[in-house]
Design a protein around this ligand. Structure first.
Ligand SMILES: [Zn+2]
Length: 263
């Protein structure tokens, strides 16, 4: 399952293909969207925003396409006129002069005005996205301490998109290892230092993953690279304390942690 960093990177490649270019061809499979197609020709995609697994494609006429890929939707970038070989069902095509972006198989697609976007049920439920670079550590901290979330165990809280969007299972385990916290803890139990460390890790780990995951370390690279310290490392030695990393199941998902230093 892709998590926030992978979804943001996919959105980046869609933006790189289509952003700020006048659309020459717009096509929607669903009849309830047909009437929007001609109104979008000549407009541009100004920005593609991610909110967890939802993508918000903002057009220059103020309209926004909401799409949620669920488990099966997939985006592709193609050259203009390129025919793609696929068994998937095409749902959206947004084409500019040189490139087009295609959405296959997704069933959850809407075109919304700004007012409709503001009251969209999914977007109302989902929290701020960890890859929204305007989200600050202070905001994350006050979210952790809010009455709604402060008594929730981290094992479940860190998978709840209502708390923060974009976190998934590998980020959950890596964040808790970095913060040296056991998954049974709740924000209300933490001291000030632990809270600061956790709030910082909730932003730093996803952002480092977004920026560097999969990148090979080269000697001239001075910044940190994302890598797994505990995820899929059961039975291996913890590099912080020398303990042995254990695998368990928490909130119905595999959990990895070090009982030696995650207190
Ligand atoms: Zn350890």
């Amino acid at each position: 399952m892709p998590e926030g960093p992978e979804i943001r990177r996919a959105a980046d490649s869609l933006e790189a293909a289509i952003k700020d270019k006048p659309l020459t061809d717009v096509w929607f499979a669903f009849p309830h969207l047909h009437s929007f197609a001609p109104t979008l020709v000549g407009e541009c995609v100004e920005r593609i925003e991610t909110r967890g697994k939802a993508l918000l494609t903002h057009f220059s006429n103020g309209m926004t396409m909401y799409s949620h890929n669920q488990l099966y939707g997939v985006w592709r970038v193609v050259e203009a006129g390129e025919v793609t070989e696929t068994n998937r069902v095409l749902r959206v095509r947004l084409a500019a002069k040189d490139k087009a972006i295609l959405l296959y198989s997704a069933s959850d697609i809407e075109i919304l005005t700004a007012d409709e976007l503001a009251v969209h049920p999914f977007l109302q439920r989902v929290g701020p996205d960890v890859l929204d670079m305007s989200l600050t550590v202070e905001q994350v901290k006050s979210r952790l301490l809010s009455p709604r979330f402060c008594r929730r165990q981290f094992s479940g809280l860190l998978l709840d998109q209502a708390f923060l969007a974009g976190l998934g299972n590998y980020l959950r385990v890596e964040i808790l290892w970095h913060a040296a916290l056991a998954p049974q803890h709740k924000a209300i139990d933490l001291n000030e230092d632990q809270l600061d460390t956790l709030a910082q890790a909730l932003l730093d780990i996803p952002r480092l993953s977004y920026q560097t995951r999969g990148r090979v370390d080269e000697n001239h690279h001075h910044g940190a690279l994302f890598r797994f310290n505990v995820f899929h490392r059961a039975g291996q030695v913890c590099e912080r304390c020398g303990g042995i990393i254990e695998k368990s199941t928490l909130s119905s998902r595999p959990f990895y942690g070090c009982p030696g230093c995650q207190k």
